[in-house]
Design a protein around this ligand. Sequence first.
Ligand code: PEP
Ligand code: MG
Length: 748
Amino acid sequence: MPERQESESRKLLGRLRAALAETSAGQARLNHIVSLIATSMLTEVCSIYLFRDAETLELCATEGLKPESVHKTRMRLGEGLVGRTARTRTVVNTANAPGEKGFRYMPETGEERYSSFCGIPIQRLGEALGVLVVQSKAAREFTADEVYALEVVAMVLAEMTELGAFVVGDAGALSPRHQRPVMIRGTIGQEGSVAGRVYLHEPRVVVTNPISDDPEREVIRLREAIDTLRAAVDGMLSSEMPVDPEQVQVFETYRMFANSKSWLRRMEEDIANGLSAEAAVEKEQSLARSRMSQASDLYLRERLHDLDDLSNRLLRILTGQGSDTGAEMPENPVLIARNIGPGELLEYGRTLKGIVLEEGSVGSHAAIVARAWAIPLVIHATGITTEALNGNAILVDGDQGIVHLRPEETVRKAFDEKIAMQARALERYVSIRDLPAQALCGSVVALHMNAGLMADLPSLTGSGAEGVGLFRTELQFLVRNKMPQRAELSALYSRVMDSAKGKRVAFRTLDIGSDKVLSYMKPNDEPNPAMGWRAIRVGLDKPGVLRMQLQALIRAAAGRPLSVMFPFITQPEEFRAARAEFDKAMARETILGHPLPAKVEVGAMLETPSLAFANDRFFREVDFISLGGNDLKQFFFAADRENERVRRRYDTLDVSFLSFLEMIIARCKAADTPLSFCGEDAGRPIEALVFAALGFRMLSMRPASVGPVKHLLRRVNLTEAKAVIDASRARGDQSVRGAVTEWLAGLG
Ligand code: PEP
Ligand code: MG
């Protein structure tokens, strides 16, 4: 960077700092800033466009264009050169703007006179906030040094926008960022509504001092922070840490960046140009994020991700804002995260009242945990992690997959009314809680609940479930940070049985792998973990944990009946091998003189299509079969349950899937083997009704679904429902959903 440009950039930032320190209102500040930039850059025009909403940019201040166009000229994201700069988040620099593809002529601004155009995205950590534009009559491209100086300025503008420094108070103008109401439409993860306060899983780091006039001091601060960071990374690599090669590789990459001279040099250059140490780190981080969003190479993306993570650590050191920012958990906390694993979610416990994820997926186990807790969950809420601040008011409408952040009073009132209505519906379910799910034709369907934690057990009475049809034992393993001991597990299972007060609990042995990763077990880098080394495959290959778990279950039962089932059985041989482990455990307990369970039933989870075609002997030898609909459906349709793009492509009520289920029902019936359906679909009233009509006499679901499912089953005649389903199939429908829904509507 040439001396002249360097000092120009510093001088400009110095003037900007003075302008920002003034106590003038937002608009006056903006006006002052554009005029300062135009003078310093020797351009006739300087304008600032900021996002009015996610799709619209608004001219907020200008030097050189017609003043009356301010707050009037707007453009859509991607429209014109300004829109292009914002959409691509890259600099648009041209000597002949009117000749550029996509140029939009805006007569109200008088900009046709300007030939050169340089648009710089105003962005913070990869999030576009607006565009800074300079224009001049002379046809010329701006030099790399000029663009650099403008990028530094844009960086400061981004920080100030974030802090609300450009809030314009008059009517029709922009209201403060992070203060205006925002409505985000996502995808339904778990029904229910809640009004609460935001609690960020990963709080944002706030930089309040983007400009500095003391570069020496800032460089010292940066170097000190980097030293601290290096020491921390070395600490992570020290011998006390678990020597897991994959983790070591990540830390090595951290170390490589922390020692990277070019990274440090670029940040020091930014500081020399007037940025504070924090702003310099963020500038590099923003750059890495925009590269990350464009990089198609997986390795490169991962490295950029590592750099992003490292930058966050550095920012936290510089600002003194730890990863745990110490933010108090508010009352009625609604957790906001980009994504979250089931283990992390379980650590929060039941204090959470709602969850909103920027990414996430309905079929994930984090979603299953949310569902088990009956906590409203909205996923794919684009922008939530950047829009929400700790403590903000938030309404989560899990029935429609909508989130209202900082809602207006009218929205809030309508929402309160909705919550009250839901409470009234719940009362209706309480009145039928102790009645059987008996349809009008006389058939009775046993409704059980799914559980996985001790804390779920009180729902057994509250929901009216007849037992626990699926106890996901892995949740206990996920909440811990080390492998539980046998005695611990045995005490826990015993307490579960105590709380069930004689009702049946079907314990499923450990189902880890896929998205259920134990922090204390070596992670497996598998290309397709859902079809990889998971569940009983792990149990049989490394039987130590399976054996310990079986012993713990047998000891816990001590004189009481015990139901155990194995997950993800694909072939009869796997079931036989697992059952042999159980029998061995029983024999050992007998030798040790421990009391045995009063009665034992050992079942298999049918979660892969192959098992449905197993030989008759298998169907006769299992004590019961529990159909894991979540996995079975994903393998039947070859549609990843965690991939939102394909997950809902195939309806559970698709006639092919129903025929497949009927075949399983028939095979179980022929062998006189009890069968239950325990995937998430069992808790959806229409699906539950169709399953019952096909012949399922036991369904296991999340506790909150027992009421609505029972309510519907008690209102219908299953023989009639079956006739509706058969007629729909005979007509050649792809799914029976339409016919069943119509029939139900006709019942009133
Ligand atoms: C299923 O696959 O339907 C099931 C009940 O098991 P999980 O959701 O825990 O994989
Ligand atoms: Mg499963």
